[in-house]
Design a protein around this ligand. Structure first.
Ligand SMILES: C[S@@+](CC[C@H](N)C(=O)[O-])C[C@H]1O[C@@H](n2cnc3c(N)ncnc32)[C@H](O)[C@@H]1O
Length: 331
């Protein structure tokens, strides 16, 4: 990207095609292909930055919003939010003073001028996405369109719904000897062609926890396809509706019977589907990380707390991350 990458206002084309988001997206993509934005190296996630923050609201419970997100919402004059996917309790609690706009049903041609004009009037604008904006958030296209019009933007991460779901299930998405990988995915449908649907491949791998977003309405089709593709019908599946909301509901079953449970409950949206043995949290092996647990407290000053140190060193400049890799000691 050229030197003016961190100064979107210097793009000479920005006014002529200001109302064409696709032109903006193409132009920003071209710049990005050439060189990463200078701000990548100047800022870290969580830093205060100039511009409109694209904030992850978290899965629903207002307590699962980040501190940075809460502070930004409290100072906001205009919050453009993701409608029913953002818990209204969170809006009531943190942005009752702000103008609220529901983005559902609005296209980029409407949203971009709305946010741009408010920002240029000197108002604090926050774009609030559900969960984390980086997961099925369609945030970048809005950011590119704004940047193209001279409005800086940045991400503020949030807790994605898969993490709320695993907390609700009281399990880990990666689990020693059970699941070494996590796939965040979605099923085929209007957006994804059948050949782009990789759910069967992830499940077939065996040691992957497959987290399906945007698939509540398609649980029956998804499970049928898995069975056709030879998946073990007893593979555990959980469907977590409205994880972390007051009306959260957890359905647990298998590839063979989960669709019936979802249909009985009547859920067609707002649930996360988790497939894999990690759903139950059963069958894992203790990790090498805490392999010396029996010796904890034996050397002076280490005490029981030493077992909670991820690096195992207790100092800020401890060993590298291979120490918390359960394979490290066998390499
Ligand atoms: C457009 S995607 C947005 C995902 C969001 N960015 C995230 O990180 O969670 C919407 C999908 O996320 C999932 N989802 C969002 N919030 C959820 C929640 N609280 N509980 C379960 N699933 C949720 C559902 O699968 C829903 O169809």
């Amino acid at each position: 990207m050229s030197d003016d990458a961190s100064d979107p206002g210097t793009d000479p084309t920005s006014n002529s095609d200001a109302n064409d988001p696709q032109t903006a997206i193409d132009s920003q993509s071209d710049r990005r292909r050439e060189q990463l934005d200078d701000r990548v190296f100047e800022h870290s996630a969580g830093d205060e930055q100039e511009g409109i923050p694209f904030v992850g609201a978290g899965p629903g419970n207002p307590r699962l919003l980040t501190v940075a997100g809460k502070e930004l919402l409290e100072e906001a004059d205009l919050v453009v939010h993701a409608g029913s996917l953002v818990n209204s309790e969170l809006l009531d609690e943190y942005c009752s003073h702000a103008d609220l706009v529901n983005s559902v049903g609005k296209d980029l041609e409407e949203l971009i001028p709305l946010m741009r004009d408010a920002y240029e009037e000197g108002r604090n604008v926050v774009r609030l996405h559900s969960g984390d904006p980086a997961i099925y958030g369609a945030a970048l296209e809005q950011m590119d369109a704004l940047e193209h019009e001279g409005v800086p933007t940045y991400f503020v991460p949030g807790v994605t719904s898969a993490f709320a779901a695993s907390a609700t299930l009281r399990t880990q998405l990666t689990l020693n000897e059970v699941s070494n990988h996590v796939a965040f995915t979605r099923p085929q449908g209007k957006t994804l062609e059948p050949e782009e649907d990789h759910i069967s491949e992830f499940v077939e791998m065996g040691d992957v926890t497959t987290c399906i977003y945007l698939g509540t309405h398609a649980v029956r089709d998804t499970m049928d396809r898995l069975l056709e593709d030879g998946a073990d019908p007893e593979t555990p599946v959980a469907v977590i509706y409205h994880a972390s909301w007051p009306d959260e509901d957890v359905l647990v079953g298998s590839i063979a019977d989960i669709a019936e449970k979802v249909e009985e409950a009547g859920y067609r949206a707002s649930a996360l589907v988790v497939i894999g043995d990690a759903v139950t949290g059963a069958g894992y092996e203790r990790s090498y990380l805490y392999g010396d647990w029996a010796n904890r407290g034996s050397s002076s000053g280490s005490g029981a707390d030493s077992s909670e140190s991820e690096s195992g060193s207790g100092s800020g400049s401890g060993p590298d991350e291979s120490t918390d890799d359960s394979e490290a000691s066998s390499d």
